[in-house]
Write a protein that binds this ligand. Structure first.
Ligand code: NAD
Ligand code: GLY
Length: 374
């Protein structure tokens, strides 16, 4: 594969549409992405880890514009309102007009915050996603969910605001730490597990190539996941129904992240464990087979992902945290459950004793979640 082999996926939302470009060398393919900027002002939002690596290359594409950059400190804790305020101040200082463009250069933290700032400035200006983590390439940069965290919880404030383009230059993954890379693979598996059994089989056949970051395999995996997500978003942009399926494993996962104070697990790792728990619960409720759970767990393990819970988890505490999930309606758990490979379902009013039983079994040593993986 070389710089000219670029996969293009269109996200089509009625009359609106935008391209997701996936391939090598795309940050340097300036003519391609510069054509998506309409005005004279640009604000690049990045962070203190990514900017030293890639900002120069983006800057070379901004010749002739009035532009500046705003850098976040690294980490989820900085995806907050105070930094949205600072980003908006940077737009004000730039004199950004309605046709200005925000460029998000980084992982999901940067992309979510930058998109939200773009949604707020003058009630909505353009933004371009330049994702530099695998998770951001396959998930957060596509579909227009933007927002920030509050002390009360993750992603509680935000807006649906679609980007003008997504530029996924996979060369940027060369500097991404292994653990972050694997966390991104969990989101790839998630798409296949929810809605594409053929893709799931393809992942099983290509697990080793993906684990060693083989370029052509990686581009294909990203493209397949993005194509799947683009279809879901096209049918249900604002999550009135089907889009909620993309949260398979997330209710368990968010509870694990919160219980671990956001330091024990990366988001993708929590989703990997959460998917296995959702599969186990579905089995317990008679919705799916043990053989499918075993396939899911095996694939995640082959990709180097954890499937066992971290130490010191308490079932009742996890259930309590699950009750706070955004998908719930008053008084009832609303979970994404599983009918087996490629088939997920939204289930309201899930029996809490079954959830508790699944958690207890996982924590107190039933064999299914015992694993040699980290
Ligand atoms: P992240 O943005 O924190 O990036 C992970 C780490 O990798 C950071 O330390 C970052 O500085 C570093 N990094 C990024 N690119 C790098 C590169 N090329 N080389 C070296 N280091 C690099 O985390 P993430 O996993 O990308 O995103 C998680 C965020 O995404 C969460 O806030 C989550 O809520 C959000 N999210 C949003 C959506 C959505 O639809 N909007 C979907 C999934 C997740
Ligand atoms: N990551 C879930 C969504 O985009 O809907």
């Amino acid at each position: 594969m070389n710089g000219t082999d670029v996969q293009t996926i269109d996200v089509a939302l009625g009359a609106r549409r935008y391209p997701v470009w996936i391939g090598r060398g795309l940050l340097d393919d300036r003519a391609r992405w510069r054509a998506r900027l309409r005005g004279r002002h640009g604000l690049v939002i990045s962070n203190t880890t990514v900017a030293p690596l890639y900002l120069d290359r983006v800057a070379q594409g901004l010749d002739g514009l009035h532009w500046s950059s705003f850098l976040l400190d690294d980490g989820e804790a900085h995806k907050n309102f105070a930094n949205v305020g600072r980003a908006l101040e940077a737009l004000a200082t730039l004199g950004a007009t309605r046709d200005a463009c925000v460029i998000a250069l980084g992982g999901g933290v940067v992309g979510d915050l930058a998109g939200f700032a773009a949604a707020c400035w003058m009630r909505g200006i353009d933004f371009i996603q330049m994702p530099t983590t695998l998770l951001a390439m396959v998930d957060s940069s596509v579909g227009g969910k933007t927002g920030v965290n509050l002390p009360a919880g993750k992603n509680l404030v935000g807006a649906f605001h679609q980007p003008r383009a997504v530029i996924a230059d996979i060369d940027t993954l060369a500097t991404l730490p292994d653990r972050e890379y694997r966390a991104g693979l969990a989101e790839v598996v998630k798409g296949a597990a929810i809605g594409d059994a053929v893709f799931f089989g393809w992942l099983e056949a290509h697990a080793e190539a993906l684990a060693r970051r083989d370029t052509a395999t990686l581009v294909e995996a990203i493209a397949r996941k993005v194509r799947y997500k683009a279809g879901v978003v096209a049918r249900d942009e604002t999550e009135q129904g089907e889009r909620a399926l993309l949260n398979l494993g997330h209710t368990f996962g968010h509870a694990l992240e919160t219980a671990g104070h956001y330091t024990a697990l990366l988001h993708g790792e929590a989703v990997a464990i959460g998917m296995v728990l959702a599969a186990r619960l579905s089995e317990r409720l008679g919705m799916s087979d043990a053989a499918d759970t075993a396939r899911l767990q095996r694939l995640l393990e082959r990709l180097g992902l954890p499937v066992a819970l971290p130490p010191d988890m308490v079932p009742e505490r996890l259930l309590e945290l699950m009750r706070l999930d955004k998908k719930n309606t008053a008084g009832t758990l609303r979970l994404i459950l599983w009918r087996g490979i490629g088939k997920a379902e939204i289930v309201a009013g899930t029996d809490e004793s079954a959830v508790l039983g699944t958690l207890a079994e996982a924590i107190f040593g039933e064999p299914f979640l015992r694993s040699s993986m980290p």
